[in-house]
Design a protein around this ligand. Structure first.
Ligand code: VGL
Ligand code: ZN
Length: 204
C-alpha cells in the first residue's frame, strides 16, 4: 500500500498566515492533482495550545526566530501559529481534503514541539502514525506539504527511520529557509530517502 502524508497544509503557513511560507499556496493545486493516485491520504495538523512553549510570546526578552534551550532541546521560537480551534489552524480552503482518511495532530503538548508527524522533538511521545501505517499494511510513504525544512523534512526522516520506503516530494513542498532546505535534502539523500524533484518523477 502507498500512503500520501500531507503535512500541515494549514492557513497559518500560507501567505498572510502567522508563519507564512513564501509561495506556500503554490503547492495546493499539485497536491489536489496527485492525491487520488494513493491508496491512503493522511494529514498532519500542527495544533498548539495558546501557551505553547515554542511561541516567542511565552518567553520574556526573546524574539521570534531566537533559538533557546527548551527542556534540553534546541527550540526555534516561532510567532504564535496554528492555535487549536483558530482559523489559522484550519486546512487550506483550496485543498480538497475530503479524501483524507486520518488526521494526526501534533504539537499539542505545551512543553515540547513536534515537527515530525510521528513523534515529538524529544522522540518521546508517538502520535500513533507508525501503528496506523503498519495496520494499513503501508510499505511506501510519500511526504509533501509545509514546511519543507521543518515538518515535511522531519516527517520524511522519521518515516524512513520507521522502515517505510520514503519519498519526499520536492515539487509539492516549500521551505521557510532555503539554506535549511538544502541541508535537509542532503541529510535525506545520505539516509536513503528518495527525493522526487518533479511531478513526472512520481511513478504512482
Ligand atoms: C512548522 C514550525 C513550527 C511546520 C510547524 O509545519 O513546518 N514549522 N511549527
Ligand atoms: Zn508549530
Amino acid at each position: 500500500m502507498k500512503a500520501l502524508i500531507v503535512v500541515d497544509l494549514q492557513n497559518d503557513f500560507l501567505p498572510n498566515g502567522a508563519l507564512a511560507v513564501t509561495n506556500g499556496d503554490d503547492i495546493i493545486q499539485v497536491i489536489n492533482e496527485i492525491q487520488d493516485r494513493f491508496d491512503i491520504v493522511i494529514a498532519t495538523q500542527d495544533w498548539h495550545p495558546i501557551n505553547h512553549q515554542s511561541f516567542a510570546s511565552q518567553h520574556s526578552m526573546k524574539a521570534v526566530f531566537d533559538v533557546i534551550d527548551l527542556n534540553g532541546i534546541q527550540q526555534v521560537l516561532w510567532p504564535n501559529h496554528c492555535v487549536q480551534g483558530t482559523k489559522g489552524a484550519d486546512f487550506a480552503k483550496d485543498w480538497n481534503s475530503n479524501c483524507v482518511k486520518a488526521i494526526f495532530r501534533k504539537g499539542t503538548d505545551v512543553h515540547i514541539d513536534s515537527y515530525s508527524g510521528f513523534y515529538d522533538n524529544g522522540v518521546g511521545n508517538e502520535t500513533g502514525l507508525t501503528g496506523y501505517l503498519r495496520e494499513k499494511k503501508v510499505e511506501e510513504v510519500y511526504v509533501c506539504g509545509l514546511a519543507a525544512d521543518f515538518c515535511v523534512f522531519y516527517t520524511a526522516r522519521d518515516s524512513f527511520k520507521e522502515g517505510f520506503k520514503t519519498y519526499y516530494l520536492e515539487f509539492a513542498t516549500k521551505a521557510i529557509s532555503e539554506s535549511g532546505y538544502e541541508e535537509a535534502k542532503s541529510i535525506m539523500r545520505d539516509m536513503g530517502v528518495q527525493l522526487l524533484l518533479n511531478k513526472e518523477d512520481l511513478k504512482v
